[in-house]
Design a protein around this ligand. Structure first.
Ligand SMILES: Cc1ncc(COP(=O)(O)O)c(C=O)c1O
Length: 248
């Protein structure tokens, strides 16, 4: 997914499939870009999966964190996908419990059994007591998710407006709790250099996109910021950035 629109290049996906391909690993809403794949993009991915008889491992941990009325569409609900999709969710994102490492996998009995067998030999089990807490949380009413979304959307706009005011080119995300900026308008070329400077100058931390990319060049000028923070913390961060004279 490339700036500025972070849309899926379906031709690139098709070209990447070889006779050895077994799986498509998908993530939407997407970290780090904040992009939410559209029904048309998901339909195109599903068509590739069906045509080549592939399993889709769909990481949907930000499924509830979409903004501006945009709905997340699980690819497992598209025709031909129910039996070939493994869908992953996480309490870490939905309930802001990063670090609890409790999530869930849904799919056909056969695919879920395969995941269970593998998990047995990796981490065996995620913290038992937390699982009971997450089971309670999953029974919360739909309004909980709506409140969470509204709060996050407010925080998104607070941070994005602040960053735009500092001169960054801001990519306002459709989902997740990450906003991305291009650092070049401030005279920087490389997001990694920029992120290394930030803590010392401002006491603020951001993540360079390039660490997520196979092709580092594509992500080089981009930086990811998190807005899963209290509004006062976001305001202070923007103030600190303003005081840090970030222009190079
Ligand atoms: C796309 C995506 N999938 C999975 C995870 C892992 O989630 P958890 O820490 O709740 O296991 C993350 C966390 O950053 C993520 O961004």
């Amino acid at each position: 997914l490339r700036a500025p629109d972070f849309a899926l290049d379906v031709d690139e996906l098709r070209a990447a499939v070889t006779p050895a391909t077994r799986v498509i690993l998908l993530n939407s809403p997407h970290n780090p870009t904040g992009s939410v794949l559209s029904p048309a993009e998901l339909t195109a991915i599903a068509a590739v999966a069906v045509e080549h008889d592939l399993v889709v491992i769909s990481d949907e941990v930000y499924e509830h964190l979409t903004f501006d009325g945009l709905a997340h569409l699980p690819i497992s609900t598209l025709p031909g996908m129910a039996d070939r999709t493994v869908t992953i969710g996480s309490a870490g994102k939905t309930f802001s419990f990063t670090g609890w490492k409790v999530g869930w996998v849904t799919g056909s009995a056969e695919l879920v059994a395969t995941v269970r067998t593998t998990k047995q030999f990796l981490t065996f089990v995620s913290a038992g007591p937390f699982q009971y807490a997450v089971a309670e949380a999953l029974a919360l009413p739909e309004s909980t998710y709506a409140e969470l979304r509204d709060r996050l959307q407010f925080q998104r706009d607070l941070l994005c407006d602040g960053l735009a005011g500092l001169g960054f080119e801001v990519y306002r995300p459709q989902g997740t709790y990450f906003a991305s900026t291009d650092v070049r308008p401030l005279g920087w070329e490389d997001g990694l250099d920029f992120c290394r400077e930030l803590p010392g100058r401002c006491g603020v931390v951001a993540i360079p996109h390039q660490v997520f990319y196979d092709n580092v060049e594509v992500g080089r000028p981009l930086v990811r910021w998190a807005f899963c923070k209290q509004p006062a913390v976001l305001t202070e961060a923007v103030d600190r950035l303003a005081a840090g004279r970030l222009a190079r």
